[in-house]
Ligand binder design. Structure first.
Ligand SMILES: O=C(O)CCC(=O)C(=O)O
Length: 303
């Protein structure tokens, strides 16, 4: 494990100070134990159940499809519920068998929520309007930053799969790699045993690393990241981490009997542009020009 002291502060401030900004630039992440209020955490967590009750097995609103990846990677398989009226979709943990008569249980066994920021006022508030989060993002990305995506991974108790080492910009179709930040918010206590975030401090400063599709997911090739340098960032419910889009990070599997829910949002600076995938492929490369990111064409949906 890294011997560095984690950049974990007690409270998300009204305005980050110069030391926080310098540490973010140097290490690629900052964490705050206290960012959302208990009421906000409760509303955000209840919202997951609310969305599952609204959409799961509701033929009027949602289609459900089975997904698998051409590489056979475990994390891209599983039942997917896709809204018929928006981009919102959520994926069930691949080992869980969803049943229409057990929707609260299903809500505890979701792997991924995608494009959910406008599905409920609480997510709209946290991701777009929360004054302290806006101040944090403004300080790190510039005042005219823009939302890029809302995608949250949850880890069901006992079966929540790992999200192996990766850089988020291996996936994102943007034209430059110095202006993207992720915000990760714990809704349950996140510890090492139920799959908290791990980061490589400073690992965002050495450019794209080679990724490949393993049996689990798209991940950084062995040897391209020193897992011994991984620093766990344990957070209580309502704790928040902001991290650079190039920072290698991972979360281990949840082998505990406690679920680990989280929210996650990504943002980009005004200097970045969303570009066609071909342009991203030409940029997220090794020195020889070969694409080393995560290629979505490996995905397949099967009705
Ligand atoms: O929440 C997690 O377990 C991991 C999130 C993450 O690293 C990602 O979505 O890129």
């Amino acid at each position: 494990m890294s011997t560095k002291t984690p950049n974990i502060y007690p409270t998300l401030p009204e305005q980050p100070d110069a030391d926080m900004i310098a540490r973010y630039r140097e290490d690629g992440y900052l964490a705050f134990l206290n960012a959302l209020t208990p009421e906000e955490v409760k509303a955000a967590s209840n919202g997951i159940n609310e969305l599952v009750h609204k959409y799961a097995f509701n033929e009027a609103l949602t289609e459900h499809v089975h997904t698998k990846s051409k590489s056979g990677s475990q994390n891209s398989g599983g039942l997917l519920f896709r809204s018929k009226t928006s981009d919102f979709h959520f994926q069930v943990e691949s080992q869980y068998v969803a049943r229409p008569d057990r929707l609260d249980e299903l809500a505890d066994n979701i792997r991924k929520f995608q494009s959910y920021d406008m599905e409920l006022p609480i997510y709209d508030y946290i991701s777009h309007k929360h004054p302290k989060l806006r101040a944090l993002l403004g300080a790190m990305l510039g005042e005219d930053y823009a939302p890029y995506s809302s995608m949250a991974l949850c880890k069901p108790a006992g079966i929540g799969a790992a999200k192996p080492w990766h850089q988020d910009l291996a996936y994102f179709s943007v034209n430059r790699f110095d202006g993207v930040a992720g915000v990760w918010i714990a809704l349950d206590e996140a510890k090492v045993d139920n799959g908290c975030m791990h980061v490589i401090p400073g690992g965002h400063r050495t450019g794209p690393r080679e990724h490949y599709w393993s049996k689990v997911d798209c991940e950084i090739t062995t040897g391209e990241v020193d897992a011994q340098q991984g620093l766990p960032i344990e957070l209580p419910p309502g704790g928040l981490m902001i991290f650079d889009g190039m920072l290698p990070h991972e979360t281990p599997p949840n082998r505990s009997n406690r679920r680990r829910r989280a929210l996650q949002f990504h943002y980009r600076s005004a200097a970045t542009q969303i570009v066609p995938r071909a342009e991203h492929r030409a940029k997220f490369t090794a020195p020889d020009g070969m694409f080393i990111g995560c290629d979505y064409s490996k995905f397949e949906t099967v009705n």
